[in-house]
Design a protein. Structure first.
Length: 264
């Protein structure tokens, strides 16, 4: 069963000096329940813009996406209630403590009373927040803040997770907690879409991978399928091969036949 489906999704930003900038260009892919789909690409490839459109933070310029059965254009509020969205820049209210943060966002999602308290206790134990649960977020370390941010994003126990570089800047212990959480979420049948630059995370977690370059989805499939396509063994080599291949094609003159090495 499909949790996320993008259909020719596109985003164009208008810059007064540079004109129209195409950030995402007709991207189509699916991510099912019980699956981890990794979105890879160099900086500026369009990954974060894609994830923000799926979370309804940004509105698509063209195409659309269905998330949890809801169209991002027609039902943005329903989409937001269905997903847990974590970005590398997810902010916390500095003057709130960790537990106040979870209570606040839990109530925003309609949780109250014993149900809210039970969910907060579960998350505090899951992410090891207990030692600093009553500390203001402004006084927390980077790793502590990330744990609270993750708990905040999933306080309503969403079935779809959209994670933008969730382990960025974390030490190995906190990152390991995040990796285990993603694995457990997949076992629970959740739909998980995430981007990262860490190839070992992708090789460990992802059932399928999509490689984005200059706003376009250049390739997608299982690791075995990408190995077969490129002839490369490791994901890093596959990634570089696909990106370099596209760069080479773009530099060739119009009418150039790469198989013959000449213009036609």
């Amino acid at each position: 069963m499909i949790g996320i489906e993008t259909k020719q999704l596109g985003k164009v930003f208008c810059d007064p000096q540079q004109g129209d900038i195409v950030a995402v260009d007709s991207v189509s892919f699916t991510c099912g329940y019980g699956e981890v789909f990794g979105l890879l690409g160099p900086n500026g490839a369009g990954k974060t813009t894609t994830l923000r459109m799926l979370s309804t933070v940004l509105q698509p310029t063209s195409g659309t996406a269905i998330v949890g059965g809801y169209d991002v254009h027609e039902s943005p509020l329903a989409v937001r209630s269905t997903i847990g969205f974590l970005s590398a820049s997810t902010g916390l209210y500095g003057r709130l403590t960790a537990i106040e943060t979870l209570e606040f966002f839990g109530k925003l999602h309609g949780l109250t009373g014993a149900k809210l308290n039970s969910r907060i206790e579960e998350l505090v134990e899951l992410f090891g927040i207990g030692e600093f649960v009553n500390v203001r977020c402004e006084k927390l370390s980077t790793g502590m803040k990330q744990k609270v941010s993750i708990a905040r994003a999933i306080v309503h126990d969403p079935q779809i997770l959209i994670l933008d570089e969730p382990t960025l800047g974390l030490d190995i212990l906190v990152a390991s907690t995040m990796i285990r959480f993603i694995e457990e979420s997949r076992e629970q049948g959740k739909c998980i879409l995430f981007s990262t630059h860490i190839m070992s995370e992708v090789e460990r977690l992802c059932d399928r991978v999509g490689i984005v370059h200059k706003g376009q989805l250049r390739a997608s499939g299982t690791l075995d399928e990408l190995i077969q396509r490129t002839g490369k063994r490791y994901l890093e080599e596959i990634f570089v091969s696909l990106v370099d291949d596209e760069e080479s094609k773009e530099k060739q003159p119009q009418g150039y036949d790469s198989s013959r090495g000449s213009l036609q």
